[in-house]
Design a protein around this ligand. Structure first.
Ligand code: PLP
Length: 361
């Protein structure tokens, strides 16, 4: 079996090795049908069963209440950012956005053409190193919803407090879904591109309080209407069947690994180990995010001298630690610690960081 490197990529991210092995084993002959799962109709009984099982597994994994619909949508999280205002706000109606990093800004940008998108609060002044205190948020009385980003993948900022607002809270969970238990009822809508914690890119999961599907929203084609997708079990048109299949395997893997409770404990512990290594390096490495909102999933960090970046990445690569280059918006390094990344990867990274500091400190 070929050795797999430790992949810290922010997304598309590492997938569980057992999932890839299973997909490989059944690639040419799925369920004894003599064809790949990618070659059968989404209207066929075996695929409809696969889809129903994926929904049931997602509901179990995230404890999704019955009065919430679960959708598997084509396209990524950005498409959901554009669909949300179309579906849930009347033309020109106010919608509030809490902007805690790059992806909050993107969501705001997608909404601007069709709603009165308002910045309730922004961490921009702190360089997105802090989240504005709740007392500083300016929420509109007439907002269709409040949009938040549960985890900012690029800036490494995670909302850790329960968000309460009069308007339903819509949350981008792309990079932290299934990383720990979540109280779905706290949200009107949760969405996530799959390519970090749930599977491959090209498919997104949307969890919506059913009552919200009755909102008129804005004039739009049927293909852009969440209610239509919900009414047709996410098969309004040809869905990304292979991605759906892989996502389903990832869900089964997460359930078998102990579910979100187990991942929650594991993810908190290993992120804490990495932050402790950074903070304890005497300034050789640094993470600039306020400790209370540091992300458990994406850990951006800087070396004390940027001239060392290339050498750090080269030596990391030699040790089979890949995907550590920071996003161009912030620079430096970033280690993404999603569910499918083994604990051994985090420990190997910490060991390497200590060794690198010894030789370059
Ligand atoms: N939101 C968050 C938190 C993300 O991390 C990303 C992608 O990295 C996106 C949105 C955009 O996702 P997509 O590329 O699937 O449209």
């Amino acid at each position: 079996m070929p050795h797999r490197v430790f992949n810290f990529s922010a997304g598309p991210a590492t997938l569980p090795a057992p999932v890839l092995r299973q997909a490989q084993a059944e690639l040419l002959d799925w369920h004894g049908l003599g064809v790949s799962v990618a070659e059968i109709s989404h209207r066929s009984a075996p695929f409809i069963e696969l889809a129903a099982e994926a929904e049931a597994d997602l509901r179990t994994l995230l404890s999704v209440p019955d009065d919430y619909a679960v959708l598997f949508m084509q396209g990524g999280a950005t498409l959901q950012q554009a669909l949300i205002p179309l579906n849930f706000a009347a033309p020109g109606q106010a919608a509030d956005y809490l902007v805690t990093g790059h992806w909050g800004q993107t969501a705001l940008k997608q909404a601007r053409p069709c709603v009165d998108a308002r910045v309730a609060a922004s961490g921009a002044e702190s360089g997105f190193r802090e989240v504005p205190a709740r007392g500083e948020w300016r929420l509109s009385g007439d907002a269709a919803y409040l949009h938040v980003t549960a985890n900012e993948t690029i800036h490494g900022v995670e909302l850790r407090e329960r968000i309460e607002a009069d308007a339903p809270v819509f949350a981008d969970f792309s990079s932290s879904i299934a990383s720990e238990p979540v109280e779905v009822r706290d949200y009107g809508l949760i969405y996530a591109g799959a390519q970090k914690n749930l599977g491959p890119s090209g498919i997104a999961v949307v969890i919506i309080r059913r009552a919200l599907l009755a909102r008129a929203g804005q004039p739009r084609a049927e293909i852009l209407a969440y209610a239509s997708h919900a009414a047709r079990d996410s098969m309004l048109n040809t869905p990304p069947t292979f991605n759906w299949y892989l996502l389903g395997l990832c869900l089964k893997w997460m359930l078998a690994e102990g579910g979100v409770e187990a991942f929650g404990q594991r993810n908190a512990a290993r992120a804490a180990r990495l932050y402790a290594a950074i903070d304890g390096s005497g300034g050789f490495y640094r993470n600039e995010v306020a400790p209370a909102v540091r992300s458990r999933m994406n850990v951006p960090f800087f070396l004390h001298a940027a001239e060392l970046d290339a050498e750090f990445l080269r030596q990391a690569g030699e040790r089979q630690l890949i995907g550590l280059k920071g996003h161009k918006v912030v620079g430096g390094m970033r280690a993404s610690l999603y569910n499918a990344l083994p604990d051994a990867a985090v420990d190997a990274l910490i060991d390497f960081m200590r060794e690198f500091q010894k030789t370059h400190g």
